[in-house]
Design a binder for this molecule. Structure first.
Ligand code: NAD
Length: 448
């Protein structure tokens, strides 16, 4: 085991990864990054709920050995940096971790408060909590750096409806799919060059020389790389997910009608990896009609493709036809947010960033500094991320208990302020507002 300065690895079983699957003992060591701001409130609730579910499911035979890892404001406090090398090394060691939200600098806000995660454009005191100490200078996005450093290439976002949550879509009850968004390529790869810069000018000149076509000289230039490697590993994990969870289809989403060699190739290479590695598991839409008369053969997955703009319509009008969607980075970003809005907003959306070796499960909302430490916010996103984490390590009995507890707590109207407001606005009278920890208790009480 590496020697750590601040990370105390507890007694337990280190997770190993073989053929893309975690090998897990009865006491797996799992990394825990509390997060900034309301991470303080939601992370202990998640730990309690997971502890209760594991205890109920396995009667003391299994237990999670949590390994606190210090990133963000906790990292600053201990190491003097928000992104310590030791934290990365610890995540690489434990392989699976879960995290709350982290402060990311926005716009002109140059200072952040270590106590409540509030951002402001001047040193102490903090405008939000008034603390005189611990206001420090800004830093770069922890989330992006974690993804890059650990090569977490798949951003996985399950989207489903919970009975009782006010949702704008008529077919919200039929929404139950998982989006696999590619995390490292496309226009997000970071090749973005300012108008008039050396690189932008050189690219414009090169294209003129090689193709005879003139890009306006006063253009900024962005590059959209989409590779065989990046595409195949993303689609491979999407198909594996469908197989492991007995899901009926995988849809390759692309804009290949316009961008043939990037988006179009994403679709082509996606089918290729399906044929090369999973041929016995699926039929294509073409084969469904040419060989099976439109009836899905037992135990097979349907692999299909859709143009990106049509999928934004389809998830609204025919959501039941989709179960796993594999999408390049930019459209995956838009689609994830659009999809979660169908079922009532970001409050309950979980997420994970997964690579070949490591997986980090996360709350998808931010640090909401104005609510820090008030035991007020909705812990649903982190709770559902813990469900994904338990599924990832194969502890499905425990994850099912948490899902059941959440479903019933919402059904019974025991919800935090955000859902209470929406449910009351829809005319529901029997709603009880509970705190963040109160929601955790309501979930635990309703697991059986
Ligand atoms: P935010 O999600 O923190 O808050 C926006 C509003 O949403 C809050 O004021 C609150 O009303 C509501 N909200 C958020 N989470 C909630 C919860 N669990 N329960 C109930 N209500 C909730 O977004 P923001 O204000 O734009 O960002 C604040 C900070 O968080 C910034 O530093 C931002 O960069 C960061 N951020 C981090 C992540 C992440 O770590 N994954 C994601 C988004 C934003």
């Amino acid at each position: 085991m590496p020697q750590f300065k601040h990370v105390n690895v507890p007694e337990g079983d280190r997770i190993e990864v073989k053929d893309g699957r975690p090998q897990v003992g009865d006491r797996p060591i799992i990394g825990l990054m509390r997060g900034d701001g309301i991470g303080l409130d939601i992370t202990p609730v998640m730990k309690d709920v997971v502890g209760a579910a594991v205890e109920k499911a396995y009667g003391g035979k299994r237990e999670i050995a949590w390994c606190p890892i210090y990133v963000g404001l906790e990292g600053l406090q201990r190491y003097g940096t928000e992104f310590p090398d030791e934290a990365l090394e610890a995540i690489r060691y434990v392989k699976v971790a879960i995290k709350g939200p982290f402060t990311t600098p926005i716009g002109e806000e140059t200072h952040v408060c270590l106590h409540c995660a509030h951002q402001q454009n001047h040193p102490a005191p903090c405008d939000n909590c008034g603390k005189e100490d611990g206001v420090t200078e800004r830093f770069r996005s922890i989330n992006v750096r974690l993804r890059q450093a650990l090569d977490l290439f798949a951003c996985v976002r399950p989207v489903r409806y919970f009975q009782g949550v006010p949702a704008p879509n008529k077919y919200a009850e039929k929404v139950n799919f998982v989006i696999f968004r590619e995390n490292t390529e496309d226009v997000y790869a970071g090749y973005d060059f300012e108008k008039g810069s050396e690189v932008a000018t050189a690219v414009i000149d090169l294209i003129k020389e090689k193709t005879g076509r003139q890009i306006r000289p006063d253009s900024g230039i962005g590059i959209k790389p989409i590779s065989v490697t990046g595409t195949k590993r993303l689609v491979r994990s999407a198909i594996r997910w469908a197989i492991q969870n007995n899901l009926p289809s995988v849809t390759l989403v692309h804009k290949g009608n316009i961008m043939k060699f990037t988006e179009g190739s994403f679709c082509k290479w996606g089918y290729e990896v399906a044929v090369e590695e999973f041929r016995e598991h699926f039929v294509t839409e073409k084969e469904l009609w040419s060989e099976h008369n439109g009836t899905m053969p037992e135990g097979k997955i349907l692999i299909k493709d859709r143009i990106a703009d049509s999928i934004f319509q389809q998830i609204q009008t025919r959501p039941a036809e989709y179960s796993v969607l594999a999408v390049p980075n930019l459209n995956g970003d838009y689609l994830s947010d659009a999809a979660i809005a169908l079922v009532g907003g970001l409050g309950l959306g979980p997420g994970a960033n997964i690579g070949e070796e490591c997986a980090i499960f996360e709350a998808t909302h931010g640090t909401a500094p104005k609510y820090t430490g008030q035991d007020k916010v909705n812990p649903g996103s982190l709770l559902l991320s813990s469900v994904m984490m338990l599924d990832h390590i194969g502890w499905k009995e425990a994850s099912a208990l948490i899902v059941r507890g959440i479903e019933r707590a919402i059904r019974d109207g025991h919800v935090t302020y955000d859902l209470e407001r929406l449910m009351k606005a829809e005319g529901r009278q029997d709603v009880t507002k509970v705190s963040c920890s109160g929601f955790g208790k309501a979930v635990i009480e309703r697991m059986d």
